[in-house]
Design a binder for this molecule. Structure first.
Ligand SMILES: *Cc1c(COP(=O)(O)O)cnc(C)c1O
Length: 414
């Protein structure tokens, strides 16, 4: 049977163990594991993120049920692919069952495998590196840069070797990576760029949409993403051959000439028509959700600016950040640590989440990257967390959250 890695924070060494977040604080009213839709429970806490389902979701899902098309064939799948790809400024979309497998499908279609190297940021969510690991290729990490919290594009050139086949820029928390220099470097070296755009639906870089900035991209439609299908993912690209191949691989690589004849190891990574129906309704609302997130972020930032020791999220002048999560850093000047502030907010019914723990400090990847250090990723891990970030957040809720942060500050400066 599989045994978990037994690396503990203490094993990471004196200078690193203290940046690993403490245990998550308990909310004043704990969220039931099986959700019960009682407003008196949910109205007393502000969740870190929840889906916003205000459009045609029910109508389109009922259409699937009424017409008997509930599995992975059905009219909503091509419609969703076409509409979402168009939102990204791309010709092709290939829907699949989640964001992780969107990345894996892309890498599999490129033929990435053992002996190949894939460059990705140390500061990302575990799915990015796991998708690489599934192929047998070797992940190579790059530190974050302090201004955007994204992969430091200036450090990528030093990591390129003759084995480098793919670079995966991740648009962290909805802020696009500085893609022009990255694409120039990749094109010079004949390297494929696959964006991990799981957090960046609708985000823009120099007027162009995330998802169309590399050679291909992977999106997630998990419940906490900017638009959701419950579970779901999509590959976007302008490359017709890659689109066809990923479409074939997601469905067991059935042959078009002889159905049960297989020339590739395929996968079952299909999306259902029911999910795509939700996706079409959500895509109709994407522009609205992005506008609301940007308004929410502007209000948070204007109120938080007055509190010493709180760093508000970045937005480079050439990007449109979609603030998938409204993320802040807690500096020493604040007077409480990040974990203490989270504990204070949890006591008042405000759910938050820490930043990602960098890949080189993950128990399961620890041996692979032993001795490597990524100081900016480590700083983000030590100081960062996100405040409630749903598209549906009201300005009263945002003011309440900021008031509580202010109260925490005042309590430490009495
Ligand atoms: C959410 C997320 C994923 C994974 O998406 P799933 O749909 O949960 O598989 C991948 N990468 C990043 C950066 C994410 O935030």
């Amino acid at each position: 049977m599989l045994k978990p890695s037994n690396i503990t924070p203490d094993d990471l060494g004196e200078d690193v163990k203290n940046i690993i977040p403490g245990k998550d604080p308990e909310l004043s009213i704990s969220l039931p594991r099986i959700p019960v839709l009682e407003t008196d429970i949910t109205s007393k806490i502000i969740p870190v993120c929840e889906p916003t389902l205000g459009g045609n979701e029910k109508k389109y899902v009922n259409d699937c049920l009424d017409s008997n098309w509930i599995s992975s064939a059905g009219k909503y799948i091509p419609v969703f692919e076409e509409k979402f790809a168009a939102e990204c400024g791309c010709k092709y979309g290939v829907a699949c069952c989640n964001g992780t497998v969107a990345m894996h499908l892309g890498l599999a279609a490129l033929g990435i495998g053992p002996g190949d190297e894939v460059i990705l940021p140390a500061f990302t969510m575990i799915a990015t590196i796991n998708a690489v690991t599934y192929t047998g290729a070797t992940p190579v990490l790059v530190d974050a840069e302090p201004r955007s919290w994204n992969m430091d594009v200036n450090q990528v050139a030093d990591k390129i070797t003759p084995q480098t086949k793919v670079i995966i820029p991740v648009h962290i928390y909805g802020h696009p990576v500085d893609m022009d220099p990255l694409m120039a470097l990749a094109d010079q070296n004949g390297i494929f760029v696959m964006e991990d755009a799981a957090e960046a639906h609708g985000a823009e870089y120099k007027g162009r949409r995330a998802g169309s900035l590399g050679h291909a991209a992977g999106f997630s439609f998990y419940a906490n993403k900017i638009i959701t299908t419950g579970e779901g993912g999509m590959i976007t690209t302008n490359d017709a051959e890659l689109a066809d191949l990923t479409r074939n691989l997601r469905d067991h690589a059935f042959s078009t000439e002889r159905h049960f004849w297989h020339q590739f190891i395929g996968f079952n990574y299909r999306m259902t028509n029911l999910q795509a129906a939700v996706g079409v309704a959500q895509t109709e609302q994407l522009a609205n959700f992005v506008a609301r997130r940007r308004q929410n972020a502007a209000l948070y930032t204007s109120l938080l600016k007055a509190i010493p020791g709180i760093v508000t999220p970045p937005e480079a002048e050439y990007v449109k950040n979609v603030f998938w999560m409204y993320s802040i850093l807690v500096e020493d000047e604040f007077g409480m640590t990040r974990d203490q502030l989270r504990g204070f907010l949890a006591k008042h019914g405000i759910e938050t989440r820490t930043f990602f723990i960098p890949m080189h400090l993950q128990p399961i990847y620890y041996d692979q990257f032993k001795g490597q250090r990524y100081p900016v990723a480590e700083m983000l891990c030590e100081r960062g967390f996100y405040l409630p970030s749903s598209s549906s957040l009201t300005s009263e809720q945002i003011r309440h959250v900021v008031n509580m942060v202010e109260r925490a500050y005042n309590e430490t400066h009495r």
